[in-house]
Design a protein around this ligand. Structure first.
Ligand code: OOG
Ligand code: MG
Length: 260
């Protein structure tokens, strides 16, 4: 047993979420009926991502979620969460993505960190000069597998925190300060969201600390060469065919993606 859920249910729930993503078809929320608590929901997430690994995908990083008030308010969940990123989710900067593979995709601006080594599970890496090789502006494509893009905390954890895709802009050395950089999200050259890296737990470096600590608590270790997304500083916006989106982070540059 994990929480209220029998182990076989973890696999069954992971299977439902996996099929929903494969078929690009939303499903009803699962957590309340299955009695999922956050711990059991992380077990479902692990089993869900395991299905991707079984078909040949590779883990390439972690994403933090709900690290800003703007995001918490948008989805009505106010706890920091994390999910797993695989190589198949990554798109080239300036590239394009076929949106018919998704249910109700949204995009949001992110900050990405590139790990230069594997931090110890409880190590504070907030000063992180020794653990981070580079930083980059990034975009995340999120796509809840639940109807109406609506979920509880355990629902969204089980659904790999809505992870669907990401783009990393040019890497650059970590600047002295990361805690007050302007963030813009542009769609078709028009600014649709504005924010600051200060919105991300006060400083996006705290998101990295949280990644190490929260993932470590579930037995997941961050690896050298992995990408860590710090969580969006602004609300996400719908991503529609024909849209060209760009994240602009002051002093770091841009990352862009086109929707087909
Ligand atoms: C959950 C994922 C949150 C972020 O950056 O805060 C997230 C969602 O909004 O569906 O990726
Ligand atoms: Mg995100």
């Amino acid at each position: 047993m994990i929480g209220e859920v029998r182990l076989p249910d973890v696999e069954q729930l992971a299977g439902r979420l996996f099929e929903a993503a494969e078929a690009a078809t939303a499903i009803p929320r699962i957590a309340a009926a299955a009695g999922l608590d956050p711990a059991a929901a992380y077990a479902v997430q692990e089993a869900l991502v395991e299905r991707r690994l079984t078909r040949g995908e590779r883990l390439v990083g972690l994403k933090m979620g709900l690290t800003s008030r703007a995001k918490m308010a948008q989805v009505g969940v106010d706890e920091v969460i994390w999910g797993r990123l695989t190589d198949a989710m990554r798109f080239d900067d300036g590239g394009s993505v076929d949106l018919s593979r998704y249910i109700h995709p949204r995009v949001e601006p992110e900050i990405a960190f590139l790990l230069s080594r594997s931090p110890e599970p409880d190590e504070p890496v907030g000063d992180f000069a020794s653990a981070v090789r580079a930083v980059a502006p990034a975009l995340e494509l999120i796509d809840s597998r639940y109807e109406g893009f609506a979920f509880s905390l355990p629902d969204v954890i089980a659904d790999n925190t809505s992870a669907a895709g990401f783009v990393v802009g040019p890497w650059r050395p970590v600047p002295a300060g990361l805690d007050n950089l302007g963030v813009l999200l542009e769609v078709g050259g028009r600014v649709t969201q504005t924010g600051s890296t200060a919105a991300i737990l006060g400083d996006p470096r705290r998101a990295l600390d949280a990644a190490v600590r929260l993932a470590g608590r579930r037995g997941a270790r961050l690896e050298e060469g992995w990408v860590v997304l710090a969580g969006a500083a602004t609300a996400a916006v719908p991503f529609r065919p024909g849209d060209h989106v760009r994240a602009v982070v002051e002093g770091l540059g841009t990352a862009s993606l086109r929707a087909l």
